[in-house]
Design a protein around this ligand. Sequence first.
Ligand code: PEP
Length: 258
Amino acid sequence: MASRIPLVAGNWKMNFDHREATYFVQKLAWLLRDARFDYHACEVALMPSFTSLRSVQVLVEADRLKIRYGAQAVSVTTQGAFTGDVSADMLAALGCTYVIVGHSERRKYHPEDDANIVDQVRAVLAAGMKPILCVGESFEERRQGIELDFAVGQVHDVTRDLSSDQAAELVIAYEPVWAIGTGMVATPQSAQEAAQAIRADLAATFDEDVAERVRILYGGSVTSKNAVELIGEPDVDGFLIGGAALDPDELSLIARLT
Ligand code: PEP
């Protein structure tokens, strides 16, 4: 996996208020406190709700925790009359490292099309954070055998509008929609095939250097039971985790195994 540092990112979705988030972060930091866990060898990040970000920031700063954090969505505009929206600069001011962009649940429940997703990526990059761009096929595309073209196409729709420097900052999460929250996990071979195809497309669009720098995560029903096999694949650089990220014991175990 060359020099890419693996990333284990927990997507809490709409779970945990700020008190529960604080407790979780304290417990996770305690579970990972010993010398056998090296944050330089595996990055750990949490994606709480907007309402918990300030509490997480205060705790991380006060206790000098090495856990990183980020947001689950962002506005494409910088400020103004956009009721309910949160700008990238606001997230950066809260110390966010990452912002999830294009998660399948956002694509499904919100008006987030390809153009909007490109704008979100640009907004995140302009504010100095890293987008975690989610792509992945539905069951129907897999049934048709077009899953690789579909996932690569989703990546390409975003990257074709970026410079090499911008593309190199991306984290890409390959998340087959049929695997999210279902208990059905992609085989390691299939996760590798998708990650490899995405990396090949990055090399063709930009160059080998960009392709080698971008971390490609797998997401979809990851647990401590399947993480080891998945991370054994050369192009899988970590995980975006939903359900299993709601349990600090499980998340810390996955981070140790990654
Ligand atoms: C997700 O929502 O990004 C996800 C991967 O969820 P889960 O791990 O629960 O499948």
